[in-house]
Ligand binder design. Structure first.
Ligand code: NDP
Length: 450
């Protein structure tokens, strides 16, 4: 029977392609050591060895015609990692950086996140190296149709229910759903994040960003810290998660002063203009640089003006910092800058946006730190609400979904805090989330046998 150190050694030489998975796996494995020591059932049932290997990795070719009638070829993936708690559930990412390693890391994280929600959903993830940026609507439709031609063989409302992620929003989900329907003649809830008019849940677009802020408010309350009202906050990214986190910060009376994209950062001291950002990013899909045409008083900092391991967003003094763009976007150097500037709370909207060094720096400095698998679970929670609505052919009101989301995020925060206390790592939300998430999945695996 392997112990924790043997298992980490087995993966000792992370290669470029599995480095992110290694980082995620090592964090979980180190966190759960106290649980393994206190209950020998997990070792006896080889849960760790079984949990770090996906149930299956599906890889397929996606061929499509571009607008010039040239044939394009991309690679598609679906990683069905673990379904001990329910059907595989996790987003699809369309981005040139997508490969098997990136998706394996995301699918692994998804297992524990989904477990933490307390809902009946397993963990999966998928996507393609296709880049929707710069493509016409017609090209995106062609690609989505070709992608679904393969993917539909492996998904189903009780089997695997994908959703959106980077590069996959309502437009892509709509095209994917349309193709599934055409191929199978079924009107199944096989995707979440669908537009409301054909089975989507109200509040799914807002869910991850709003949930992040609900989680943070609860975490601050449990730690007896001041709430976000009136506080300066920094946010990275300008996609679905970032803009809805900014929206909820405004609802609470906080002042979000930054956002970013892969080309640069906007710093607007009085608070960023959310309506303008939504129009730029959701409707016109343009670079943030254009923000200055309306707000010349704001500052735009191009990404190339910054050192390789630092990011302009995290140089701005703030009470709360919310990384909402992508993995490993907040480095050790960024963490040092935030700490030096007096940050009190950091919560991850993106998946694993803080490097291991940054995370450890926050924990060592007793900064209130909300890890992604707890803090950004609002998106998948509302996706599960969408599955429930589809299954019953019903529709829930915005208020009902919002209330259920809020309650779910509060329960996750409480579960994480109590677990950390129970296992002697009080205040460490990383360990608390990993132990609580692992325990529910592991107990189900033991009960289901091999
Ligand atoms: P979007 O595609 O809507 O937005 C992504 C944002 O991040 C864009 O502003 C994008 O800028 C920026 N970005 C992407 N890659 C990079 C990079 N390498 N460097 C700098 N900026 C980058 O995605 P989402 O908002 O949906 O997702 C953001 C994060 O949240 C991801 O980690 C995702 O896995 C996670 N997440 C999303 C959920 C959801 O419900 N959507 C649920 C839970 C987690 P640009 O446009 O220039 O590329």
């Amino acid at each position: 029977m392997m112990n924790v150190n043997d298992l980490i050694k087995k993966f000792e030489k992370p290669t470029d392609s599995n480095q992110l998975f290694y980082q995620a796996m090592e964090e979980v494995v180190l966190s759960i050591a106290p649980l393994l020591d206190s209950d020998d059932r997990y070792k006896k049932n080889a849960i760790l060895e079984r949990l770090v290997v996906p149930d299956r990795v599906i890889k397929f070719k996606v061929e499509w015609f571009d607008d010039n009638q040239n044939i394009q070829v991309n690679t598609g993936y679906r990683i069905q990692f673990n379904n001990a708690l329910g059907p595989y559930k996790g987003g699809l990412r369309f981005h040139p950086t997508v490969n098997e390693g990136v998706l394996k890391f995301l699918a692994f994280e998804q297992i524990f996140k989904n477990s933490l929600t307390g809902l009946p959903i397993g963990g999966g993830k998928g996507g393609s190296d296709f880049d929707p940026k710069g493509k016409s609507d017609f090209e995106v439709m062609k690609f989505c149709s070709a992608f679904m031609t393969e993917l539909h063989k492996y998904i189903g409302p009780r089997v695997d229910v994908p959703a959106g992620d980077i590069g996959v929003g309502a437009r892509e989900i709509g095209y994917l759903f349309g193709e599934y329907k055409k191929i199978t003649s079924k009107y199944d809830g096989i995707l979440t994040g669908k537009p409301f008019m054909f089975g989507g849940s109200l509040m799914r677009p807002e869910a991850t960003g709003y949930g992040l802020i609900y989680f943070t408010e609860t975490m601050l309350e449990l730690e007896n810290k001041e709430p976000l009202t009136g506080k300066i906050c920094t946010v990275s990214g300008s996609g679905n998660v970032a803009l809805h986190a900014i929206e909820k910060l405004y609802h609470l009376g906080a002042i979000p002063v930054t956002c970013s994209d892969s080309k640069g950062t906007i710093y607007h001291k009085e608070g960023v203009d959310l309506d303008l950002l939504k129009d730029m990013k959701f409707n016109r899909r343009v670079s943030l640089e254009e923000y200055l045409e309306v707000h010349p008083e704001a500052t735009y900092i191009p990404a190339e003006d910054y050192p390789a391991d630092g990011h302009a967003v995290w140089d701005i003094p703030c009470y709360g910092a919310f990384p909402c763009a992508t993995q490993n976007e907040l480095t050790g150097m960024d963490a040092q800058n935030l700490i030096a500037n007096g940050v009190e709370v950091v919560a991850e909207g993106a998946n694993m946006p803080c490097t291991t060094k940054a995370t450890n720096d926050f924990l060592n400095h007793k900064i209130c730190f909300g890890p992604a698998k707890a803090a950004n679970a609002g998106g998948v929670a509302v996706s599960e609400f969408e599955m429930a609505q589809n299954a019953s052919m019903g529709k829930w009101s915005f208020e009902k979904v919002d209330q259920k989301l809020k309650t779910t995020m509060q329960q996750i925060a409480k579960r994480v805090v109590l677990t950390a206390k129970d296992y002697g790592v009080e205040g460490n939300y990383v360990d608390g989330a990993n132990i609580a998430g692992f325990k529910r999945v592991a107990d189900a695996m033991i009960a289901e046998g091999i």
